[in-house]
Ligand binder design. Structure first.
Ligand code: SAM
Length: 276
């Protein structure tokens, strides 16, 4: 009978987040497959464990994966760990889990630290419906296509980003979704300098242009206003424009005031008012 692949999350900063079950699983597994054995051995040392280790990372998913699968099929159990957080979430593991599923090898998830879940929970953005986007592509065209496809996304969107790419990514997000779109920047979660900055994409891009970002970030971006709500708001805007015009304001001033008071896009309201 095949052994089990255990997906063991590790702390994203705070060693206090190691759970009893994580430690027990690492202790009981026949071997540990690690993204970087130099990182994971520190965790094992902290737990007073000595385990046989193999590497499984994004550059050896074929050979590393085969070696793990062969041992699982021979009946050994394996604890898969990455440098931090939950395996298979923007980290190695996804393919290995798929291979195990295809071969009916049992896979057991151990719940634990995951940056996107902590960020979403603390963001103050709607949590009922969300989409996890991970890291945006670095290739400009692929990135633009992806962001274009997200323009009308109404669910809260979660992005991972490295500090040295944060400013450029905030600028791209502001361009795609508008500078006024709310964003929560969740930085260094569970660490000494943990910080949640709730602002807009435009303000965040301008801030980090002047102040180099430090540490690890998750960006939680508010989804687009539902189309129906937007239409309803524009209809309210139109009514207000008509009323103000009856009171003697010019079309331009009526649009300006209505857009400002109702938080609408001035151009959009103007086009609607002139019947474009
Ligand atoms: N598998 C991991 C998880 O479950 O969260 C994610 C690994 S991914 C390679 C690393 C990214 O996660 C970072 O670039 C950052 O966006 C986010 N991240 C990891 N730790 C974080 C922390 N303590 N605070 C904020 N973001 C973090």
């Amino acid at each position: 009978m095949a052994g089990t692949l255990y997906l063991v999350p590790t702390p994203i900063g705070n060693l206090g987040d190691i759970s009893r079950r994580m430690a027990d699983t690492l202790s009981l597994a026949d071997f540990v497959a690690a993204e970087d054995t130099r990182v994971s051995v520190k965790l094992l040392n902290h737990l007073g464990l000595k385990k046989p280790m193999v590497t499984y990372h994004r550059h050896n998913t074929d050979s590393g994966g085969r070696a793990v699968i062969d041992r699982l099929l021979a009946g050994e159990s394996c604890a898969l760990v990455t440098d931090a957080g939950t395996p298979a979430i923007s980290d190695p593991g996804e393919e290995l889990v798929a291979q195990c599923a295809a071969l009916s090898i049992p896979v057991c998830p151990i719940p634990g630290p995951c940056a996107l879940v902590s960020a979403l929970a603390v963001s103050g953005q709607p949590t009922g419906r969300f989409t996890f986007e991970g890291f945006l592509a670095m290739n400009k065209k692929n990135r633009r296509v992806r962001l274009d496809s997200l323009r009308g996304e109404e669910r809260t969107m979660i992005f991972y980003e490295a500090p040295h790419k944060l400013t450029a990514t905030l600028q791209d997000l502001a361009e795609a979704f508008g500078p006024d779109r709310p964003v929560s920047l969740c930085r260094e979660l569970t660490k000494l300098h943990e910080e949640v900055r709730r602002t807009t994409l435009g303000e965040a891009a301008a801030w980090y242009q002047e102040n180099a970002p430090k540490g690890e970030f998750v960006l939680v971006v508010r989804g687009a206003e539902p189309v129906q709500a937007q239409e309803a708001a524009l209809e309210d805007g139109l009514e207000m424009v008509d009323r103000l015009r009856e009171e003697g304001l010019s079309l331009r001033d009526a649009v300006k005031r209505s857009a400002r008071e109702l938080g609408l896009a001035r151009n959009q309201l103007y086009d609607l008012a002139v019947g474009k």
